[in-house]
Design a protein around this ligand. Structure first.
Ligand code: PMP
Length: 316
């Protein structure tokens, strides 16, 4: 779908996956006007059918991001319809329940030419998809993180709170270095005080201490994950106290559990976190709260339990 700066997106159409043409002076290539989203389509465990988890939330998040990046956005209906058409067109590639899902990637780009610094003259919204297994090579096995205290992902007033493509390349070097040292991912601190937990490179973080779950508040510097919001609700429904607040890095020293959440990782228990050369270990066993929350969330996503919250969208 395409539109100009002050216009609305018109109806798009399905086309075979392939290269897209862009002018060398496209806004996205020169000034980074680009946003993306990530969703998953699952085969229903009981009977036939395909479910996508909370696509309206991704649509709204794209609209907030588009406003920040000075771009027009598709309406919620246009977004959800494009996701649906893409999922249905790729139905045969979706793995059986429990074996994976179809990862769906909407992109919003400043595709029109612009030379001096200004918003692009034209925008493109497109959706593509690919079948995926578990995100981490360890699958559902616990992951290990290292706290990154030299590279910062976001600063107050910046774009950490929106899913702009420009947030991700600055993370790659630190992430690669951490992987070379054997860590699964990095955990970022805030750039002002350098002591509050923010998020990992593509997922949010929770800690469990004295039976209470805490997750960093979204102060415009971290992405308000849709999985994060869903886990907060599920945990409260299961009777856990959940706090959204500033979480100091020192709280990692005596936390009982740590886990990350995101569309790709779903819920990933963290076995250890290394901070300034010291390694802190956490409960990831069969009795871990993270595993209970994982099961409760996945049961909704694959239609194993009744979706009382109306979170899943039927695709066919
Ligand atoms: N933080 C960042 C930086 C991310 O890229 C993602 C993935 N979208 C998340 C958190 C988790 O968000 P969600 O649960 O909506 O996938």
């Amino acid at each position: 779908m395409k539109c100009s700066q002050d216009d609305e997106f018109s109806q798009g159409q399905l086309s075979r996956y392939g290269n897209i043409e862009l002018s060398p002076s496209a806004g996205v290539l020169n000034y980074g006007q680009g946003l993306f989203e990530g969703l998953k389509a699952y085969r229903k465990v009981n009977g036939s059918g395909l479910l996508v988890f909370r696509p309206e939330e991704n649509a709204r998040r794209m609209q907030i991001g588009a406003d920040r990046m000075c771009m027009p956005a598709p309406s919620v209906d246009q977004f959800v319809d494009a996701v649906k058409q893409t999922v249905l067109a790729n139905k045969r590639w979706i793995p059986p329940p429990g074996k994976g899902s179809l990862y769906v990637r909407p992109l919003l780009l400043g595709s029109g030419p612009v030379l001096g610094l200004a918003p692009a003259s034209e925008y493109t919204f497109l959706v593509y998809a690919a079948p995926v297994g578990n995100y981490f090579k360890e699958g559902l096995e616990p992951i290990n993180l290292i706290v990154e205290d030299e590279t910062f992902r976001a600063s107050p007033g910046g774009t950490g709170g929106v899913k702009t493509i420009t947030n991700y390349a600055p993370v790659l070097k630190a992430q690669l270095q951490a992987k070379k040292k054997g860590f699964t991912d990095i955990l970022f601190l805030d750039s002002e005080d350098k002591k509050y937990l923010e998020e990992a490179s593509s997922c949010n973080i929770f800690i469990l201490k004295n039976g209470v779950l805490s997750t960093p508040s979204t102060r415009g510097t971290i992405l308000a994950g849709i999985t994060r919001g869903s886990i907060i609700e599920i945990a409260r429904d299961l009777g856990y106290q959940v706090e959204e607040r500033l979480v100091s890095v020192e709280e990692l020293f005596d936390a009982e559990e740590v886990f990350t959440t995101g569309t790709a990782v779903v819920v990933a228990p963290v076995s250890s976190i290394t901070y300034r050369g010291q390694r802190y270990k956490y409960n990831c066993g069969g009795d871990a709260v993270s595993r209970r929350l994982y099961k409760a969330l996945v049961a909704i996503q694959i239609g194993q339990v009744e979706d009382k919250k109306g979170w899943t969208a039927e695709m066919d």
